[in-house]
Design a binder for this molecule. Structure first.
Ligand code: NAD
Length: 310
């Protein structure tokens, strides 16, 4: 049984990951400020191996207390996505960068850090993005993540950096701002999707497969310690238009391609996942199955707030 701290454990990825870690027999502490509420924990809050601590990653003393005695630190807490970061840059810098510094400073020798970075750090890429491709983030969100990657690499801690594809699929802390989730919502409830830059290539990963990288890394630690990994699957590289067409196979809606609109992250890239694949990681849920699942839940989900990060 390992002791695992999950910052941001009440979030979209965290609420899928934590029950899985508990199921595997680990002792888990969630550290979260619950900016989206704590009701996302109700499905597994009764588990005896789960502790819940309300706190902010910007609170260095409290971070030090929760990090103490842990074997693993899964650092998910963040202001996530470029719109949320742009909406309040001061908060984004302090939570994303200063918060990560507090984690890093609180860690002792032998503790292991699993850091959630993003493919958005690549910015505009010519060709296929491998972990060796120079990163060139174009938004504050991407720059925050790059700065944290650099900060972590400069420590003597044991760590792994994950550059996630854009995640999709359902979660107890649903996010409708993610591209596939958003498109599916629009198709079902508005009967239309307006896309711009339809030929732009994006890369996706189901929320359960994103969570699955954590136990995978724990069991492949000798190989993965100190490494940076693109987390995704090359079968999940689609253009935005192709992704919309996958939804059109299942939901009747009008697809409108607009001439206006740009992605500030300029995400138009194909990502190479062979480094992770060579260790045996494989995404289990493809886009079609994920869309089926989203249609099932989004059709009946009562949207009382927009479920968007910004
Ligand atoms: N979902 C994706 O597509 C994706 C892709 C790439 C990287 N990531 C990274 O994965 C991590 C988790 O993302 P998510 O999709 O679950 O996002 P999320 O917004 O659902 O979860 C973030 C969690 O962090 C918590 N949090 C925010 N500020 C905090 C603070 N100051 N102190 C303590 N807790 C705080 C929130 O309450 C929330 O529970 C993030 O670091 C994100 O950058 C996600």
């Amino acid at each position: 049984m390992e002791k695992i701290l999950v910052t941001g454990g009440a979030g979209y990825i965290g609420t899928i990951l934590v029950p899985e870690l508990l199921r595997l027999g680990h002792k888990v502490t969630i550290y979260d400020n619950f900016m989206f509420g704590a009701q996302t924990l109700l499905g597994f809050s009764a588990h005896p191996n789960l502790s819940i601590v309300q706190g902010d990653v910007r609170d260095a003393d409290k971070v030090k207390e929760v990090v103490k005695g842990q074997d693993w630190i899964v650092h998910l807490a963040a202001i996530v996505g470029y719109p949320a970061c742009a909406a309040d840059p001061v908060r984004a810098n302090s939570v994303n960068v200063d918060g990560t510094r507090n984690i890093v400073n609180a860690m002792q020798k032998g503790q292991k850090l699993l850091y959630a970075s993003t493919g958005s750090t690549y910015g505009k890429v010519l060709g296929i993005a491998t972990e060796e491709t120079p990163i060139n983030p174009l938004t504050l969100y991407g720059r925050n993540k790059r700065d944290c990657e650099d900060m972590i690499k400069q420590t003597d801690h044991d760590f792994t950096l994950f550059r996630f594809a854009t995640v999709f699929g359902s979660s107890p802390r649903m996010r409708l701002d993610l591209l596939i989730n958003d498109f599916t919502y629009q198709a079902i409830h508005n009967k239309q999707i307006v896309i711009f830059e339809g030929h732009f290539r994006r890369t996706f990963l189901h929320s359960m497969d994103a969570a699955a990288i954590y136990p995978f890394a724990m069991s492949h630690w000798d190989e993965m310690n100190g490494g940076t990994y693109n987390v995704g699957d090359e079968t999940m590289n689609y253009t935005k238009r192709e992704a919309a067409q996958e939804i059109a196979k299942k939901v009747e809606y009008y697809l409108h391609e607009a001439d206006f609109g740009t992605d500030p992250d300029a995400r138009d890239y194909e990502v190479d996942y062979s480094k992770l694949k060579s260790l045996g990681y494989k995404a289990k849920i493809d886009l079609s199955a994920g869309i089926d699942e989203l249609i099932k839940i989004i059709s009946v989900l009562k949207i009382t707030n927009p479920l968007r990060n910004a």
